[in-house]
Design a binder for this molecule. Structure first.
Ligand code: GTP
Ligand code: SPV
Ligand code: MN
Length: 593
């Protein structure tokens, strides 16, 4: 097949990898619909893809991963910086030379009998000053089809690259999906990613977490911008103005849901709307007017399926009705569609579970869909996609919001006193673990800025980068910083806050605070709304005044324990910014009052 570029750095690198993995065939992904259609057909032939009901779900496919390969593997993910110190205390580290040797030994000859797909892709609109280019080599049709949804792929990307050497190298080898030899390795200094023995999303769609967060966070540190695990939404209020919010929550903690929120009825009627710019990743840099601007580098949504339904997130559901790949959900054999827990109250009886075994949703006591089953849907399908989605200059950010799953402690919302205090608030995010990563679920751990698994360098330096960005901003123009918690529970384990669409009530207060039009009470941890500042209209019988008071309460005694936990966490960092140490001392003094 004809090569799609004459770029020497690209051709040399590919030659080298061909010699290593020895594919039978080589296919350049050109970005044409005809080629994608042919690959879908090929995927059906090999059994990788199951075509779903063309009438009900046009151009949609089901894929099942190996049962040992259903989530990101943080324990097997490495930052291969020259020194362990550069990777920092929160990342696994491997010496680059050792890592290359080990990975090349695993990858050697692994494409024999297989095809090498060469995927040129752009993170961000092709040609935007925010955007970056990558090339992923893969032996998986599933990866090609997903990348074609999640990124901008094809010849146009190589044309935009021209002769440049500024692109991220990505090698993915399925090998035998051996979990003992599974490694996801980032080499930030070399702009290189190597992923072996997996076929699951975050491990193998190399443009996403590996590039757009781990490599890009490092690039951002060098070049003066930021790559964050943040959704971007535009909140339109009755005055017609749209203000943009970036929010960082850990994996499976509500980014996709918040990004596509539908306002409660009363708000909707008044003219409130939420427009989705992105649901997972933000690339952020200062604009000519001194404000921070963000783009979403992705082109689709790789969303959590379970819990997505007509009520919780109709926009996400609508996004999956066409051109979507479903991974590890249940297969309804009666009408050749898909099902997952929380879709509706009518599970199929004649079905296959996510592992491909016969499954009766009415009688079975095992789940039909894996808790981390996902949909890969084109962003353009989303009914509330922002008109700014393709804007190469991004959108101006009014607020940064951090959050996590905390059954206790963190109030529904609070605002930081200033930028540095906001960085502190982001740095102390803690959240219960979810099914998005292999390992125990429901264990509270620190996940600073929701970047614990995704920061490509020393987290201490990353915090310093946040502080340094703040120094360049006029405080009047800097985004205000907040923390939210949709997941507070009562003594019986019930959520105290209805969440989903009703989170708009909190966003409304956040924007009011940014505009200086809402009140708050100053507490030890920051500014918290008084109960009359959150509008409960329409929530009668759902959230009582007493409940609202409870979820807005700040218990200094509990926060004293939290301070001890933060001290323990911070103690791991040789490179803790003095500013954060001072913020911690300040919090300690305030909760002791
Ligand atoms: P990643 O794609 O892994 O980064 O996840 P995400 O942050 O986009 O999370 P997502 O929006 O997919 O939500 C994950 C889970 O949290 C789903 O099961 C949702 O139903 C649930 N969830 C989302 N928002 C809320 C909320 O406001 N309240 C409650 N109780 N649950 C929520
Ligand atoms: C996450 O885990 O934060 C995801 C899914 O968004 S994955 O692409 O697998 O990382
Ligand atoms: Mn994510």
């Amino acid at each position: 097949m004809e090569k799609l570029t004459t770029n020497k750095s690209v051709l040399d690198w590919i030659e080298d990898k061909i010699a290593l993995v020895k594919p039978d065939n080589i296919v350049w992904i050109d970005g044409s619909e005809a080629q994608i259609e042919a690959l879908r057909a090929e995927g059906m032939r090999t059994g990788e893809m199951i075509k779903l009901n063309e009438e009900l779900l046009p151009d949609c496919y089901l894929h099942r991963t190996a049962v040992n390969d259903v989530a990101r593997v943080e324990a097997r993910t490495f930052i291969c910086a020259p020194t362990k110190e550069e990777a920092g205390p929160t990342n696994n580290w491997m010496d680059p030379a050792e890592a290359y040797k080990m990975l090349y030994d695993i990858a050697r000859d692994s494409y024999k009998g297989r095809t090498m797909y060469i995927i040129p892709y752009s993170m961000g609109p092709v040609g935007s000053k925010f955007s970056k280019i990558g090339i992923e080599l893969t032996d998986s049709i599933y990866v090609v089809l997903n990348m074609a949804i999640m990124t901008r792929t094809g010849k146009a990307v190589l044309d935009a690259l021209g002769d440049s050497n500024d692109w991220v190298r990505g090698l993915h080898c399925k090998c035998q999906i051996d979990e003992e030899k599974r490694y996801i390795c980032q080499f930030p200094q070399d702009n290189t990613i190597i992923s072996v023995n997996s076929g699951y999303g975050g491990n193998v769609l190399l443009g996403k977490k590996c590039f757009a967060l781990r490599i890009a966070s490092y690039q951002g540190k060098q070049e003066g911008w930021q790559a964050e695990h943040m959704l971007i939404l535009g909140l339109q209020r009755p005055d017609g103005k749209i203000r943009y919010i970036c929010a960082a929550f850990p994996s499976a903690c509500g980014k996709t849901n918040l990004a596509m929120l539908i306002p409660p009825e009363g708000y909707y009627k008044k003219g409130y709307r939420v427009w989705c710019v992105g649901d997972d990743i933000s690339w952020i840099r200062k604009g000519p007017d001194g404000r921070l601007y963000a783009i979403n580098p992705e082109n689709g949504f790789f969303g959590v399926a379970p819990g997505t339904n007509e009520k919780s997130n109709p926009n996400a559901l609508a996004s999956t009705r066409q051109g979507t790949i479903f991974t590890n959900v249940a297969h309804n054999l009666d009408n050749n569609t898909v099902w997952w827990e929380g879709l509706d109250k009518n599970p199929p009886e004649n079905a296959m579970d996510w592992t491909g075994k016969p499954w009766n949703g009415k009688t079975s006591d095992v789940k039909g869909a894996h808790p981390n089953s996902r949909f890969t849907a084109p962003a353009k399908n989303c009914p509330c996609i922002s008109s700014e989605f393709e804007n190469p200059d991004g959108v101006p950010i009014s607020a940064f919001v951090f959050g996590g799953r905390r059954a206790k402690l963190a109030p529904l919302v609070y605002q930081s006193r200033d930028w540095n205090h906001g960085v502190f608030v982001g740095s102390i995010v803690a959240s219960e673990t979810t099914a998005a990563a292999a390992g125990a679920v429901g264990v509270v751990r620190r996940d600073p800025m929701a970047m614990l698994p995704f920061c490509g360098y020393n987290m201490g330096d990353y915090w310093q980068h946040w502080i340094d960005i703040g120094k360049t901003l006029d405080p009047e123009k800097a985004p205000k910083m907040f923390n939210v918690n949709w997941f507070r529970k009562d003594a019986d384990g019930n959520f105290l806050w209805p969440g989903f669409g009703d989170n708009l009530r909190v966003l409304d207060w956040i924007i009011d605070r940014c505009e200086g039009t809402a009140d708050a009470e100053e507490t030890a941890i920051g500014f918290v709304p008084r109960k009359e500042d959150i509008n409960l209209e329409g929530l009668e019988g759902v959230v009582s005044d007493a409940q609202l008071e409870e979820i807005l309460s700040v218990d200094n005694a509990l926060w004293k324990d939290e301070v001890a936990g933060i001290e323990e966490f911070y103690a791991k960092f040789d490179r803790l910014p003095p500013v954060l140490k001072a913020e911690l001392e300040d919090l300690k003094a305030r909760v002791a009052e």
